[in-house]
Structures are given as C-alpha cells and as structure tokens.
Design a protein around this ligand. Structure first.
Ligand code: DAH
Length: 356
C-alpha cells in the first residue's frame, strides 16, 4: 500500500497536463485500477484482516482522489497564468490617430432644408422608395397613357411571367408621399418630404438616383401667395441672402395652376452666384394641388385647398457649395468626400446661419 501511495502521489505531482492526470486516475482508482483491484481482494480476507485493510484502502483511495483534484486546479491556474502573461493589453497606451469621417453635402443640405421648413411649421414625412404605380402616378393624376410616365424614364421592377399586376416602380419623385401623408393625417397638413428618387438618366447634371424635397400645405384658405412667401423665405434663409424668385406658368398633372420657379443668379467666370445679377436658374416645380389629387388622398376638394412643391436637393447643394459635377456626389471618392464633406459637429441651425 505504501508503495502504491508513493507511486501515485509522486506521479500526480509530476503530471504535466490534464490528459496525463486522467490517465493516472484510470490507472489508480478507475474500475480496473490498481487500488480498485486491491479492494476486490478484501472479500478473500479474514474479517480481522479486512478490518485493518478496508479502512486503509479507503483512505488511500481518498488521498489519491484529493491529490488528483488539487493537481487539476493547480494545472488550470498555471494555464490561466500563462495565458494572462501572453495576452496582456496596455489599456493606458494613447489611441492611434484616426481620420474622422465627414457629413456628405446631401445630408448636410437635407438637414439645412429641414431646419428651415421646421421653423415655418412643416413636419417631415416619409414614404417608400419602391412604390406602387398607383401612388407614383395614378393618384397624382398621371393616368396610364399620360406622356409624363414616359418622360420620367421610370425604373420598373420585374414581375414573374403571367403575373398581370402592374409592376412596382422606383419612385420617380417624392410626390407620392403627398398622397400617403394625406391618407395618414388628413387636412389641414403641412409637411415636407426629403428623400431619394430614381430615373434612368446620366450626365453632368443627372444621376440615376438623386434627391428631392417635396412640400405640401393644405388648409381652408391657403393660396398661391402663401406658396410664394414660403419659397422666398426658404431660399433667403438657405442661401443666407435675399433671393428673388420668378414664377413661370408651367404644367404638372398634379397641380392647377402650376408654376416653375427660378431663382435670381449671376454667371461670372463660369461660376454661378445666387441672389445677385439678372440671370435665372430653375430650381423647382410647384402649384396648387389638383382637386383629383386631393380626392385620391381622401380629402374633399370643396373644403380644402393648398400648394405643393418639389425641389431638387442635389441642385441646391451644387449651387450653395459650388460643386460643379453631380456625378461625383455618388462616386464615394474619399478625396472628394474629405474636400466637400462637413465636420460632424457642424449641425446646421438657423441661429448659426446654417452654412459654416
Ligand atoms: N414631382 C415633380 C418632378 O419630379 C416636381 C413637382 C412639381 C412637385 C410640382 C410638386 C409640384 O409637388 O407641385 O418633376
């Protein structure tokens, strides 16, 4: 028994890892282990012998089990120490310098536009970029055969063969949000809707995805005069200088009467300056909301009337910040983004003059 004790206690102390430890456990106290076999011999002993050998064997078994358990803990501790020694991290080191990202001019201008219209009591509304053709066209008084559908270079989604439903479209303008907002809140209403729109067009001033901000104001006695005031107020706040506007009679299916609006500008040395000179630049479409459009939105045209407008946000950004090529807006060229982007803490506010 003493031999067994010395043999296993020494071996356990010297075990290098858990696997070796487990092997020793099986050899000593496993079912066919040396100590277990000795215990089986108890049956052949005389009662007197058994009284001595039984407790001694049990004690040996317990001693070996405790030694195994203690060694197991010691091995785990050692493993943890080794890991801690190799995986340490100096959290007091100063961080490496990283370049801070910038706010894209479109995001910045959208915030500016939103701040100005919010100050005039307009809430922000949203709609999906994938629209049904009903919201994008029919509800806006553009029936199936209307030339405006073809003119808009619409992207249509795919329909499976045999599916006769009209395809969805990538919205060609933000005007469908007018209908969705009327349905949602009814009149009176005062909203703007900034967002992405899509048309199959690509050159220096057109990209297949671009941005508009829609405006809609309905009430009992809202007139064209209110429209003119709101727009002039907007442009003066946006460009930080008094901006004259010119209303030209035009046609849109969803407004009657309709007007395209130009802002005063000058062209000198190939650069455009807003708010001076005697040239004009077209920036938006607008008008009094067509009775059929009000009806499509669930509003009684005998009770309510109002104006709507749609402004190109990208065009505004190009004008205000002197960015010549629209396509570069969406190239994700880091050099361009760093040059034209805004610091993330430069939040546009009216009291800050919006542009800084
Ligand atoms: N939806 C028109 C377009 O994308 C712009 C527009 C014109 C919007 C007149 C309006 C409006 O709300 O009244 O060309």
């Amino acid at each position: 028994m003493d031999e067994l004790r010395t043999k296993y206690i020494d071996a356990i102390a010297a075990a290098a890892d858990e696997a070796a430890l487990e092997e020793l456990r099986v050899q000593a106290v496993g079912k066919k282990g040396e100590v277990s076999l000795k215990m089986r011999e108890l049956g052949k002993m005389t009662p007197e012998e058994r009284q001595v050998a039984g407790p001694a064997l049990n004690a040996l078994k317990n001693e070996i089990n405790s030694a195994l358990a203690a060694k197991k803990v010691a091995l785990a501790d050692a493993a943890l120490d080794a890991r801690l020694a190799t995986e340490w991290l100096d959290v007091t080191l100063p961080a490496r310098n990283r370049r801070v990202g910038t706010i894209h001019p479109i995001s910045q201008v959208t915030e500016e536009v939103t701040a100005i219209f919010a100050d005039m009591g307009f809430a922000v509304a949203e709609g999906p970029q994938i629209e049904t053709d009903w919201y994008n066209f029919d509800a806006l008084n553009i029936p199936g055969h209307h030339p405006a559908r073809a003119e808009m270079d619409t992207f249509y989604t795919h329909r499976a063969e045999g599916d006769e439903r009209p395809p969805h479209v990538l919205r060609t303008h933000t005007s469908p949000v007018q209908i969705r907002s009327m349905e949602k809140t009814g009149a009176p209403i005062r909203i703007i809707c900034p967002g992405r729109v899509y048309r199959a067009d690509y050159d220096q001033t057109h990209t297949p995805m671009f941005h508009q901000v829609e405006g809609l104001a309905l009430g009992k006695d809202i007139s064209m005069a209110n429209l003119k005031w709101v727009l002039e107020e907007f442009f003066s706040a946006f460009f930080g200088t008094e901006v004259k506007t010119r209303f030209r009679a035009s046609h849109f299916p969803f407004t009657e009467p309709s007007a395209e609006v130009d802002i005063q500008c000058s062209w000198e040395g190939g650069t455009v300056k807003v708010g001076e000179g005697d040239d004009w630049l077209e920036v938006l479409g607008s008008g009094m909301v067509h009775p059929k459009v009000l009806e499509a939105g669930g509003i009684d045209p005998n009770e309510y009337q109002g104006f709507a407008f749609g402004i190109g946000i990208d065009r505004l950004a190009m004008l205000k910040y002197g960015i010549p090529d629209l396509r570069a807006f969406f190239d994700s060229d880091l050099r361009w983004l760093r040059h034209y982007g805004f610091a993330s803490l430069d939040q546009p506010t009216l009291h800050g003059g919006l542009n800084r």
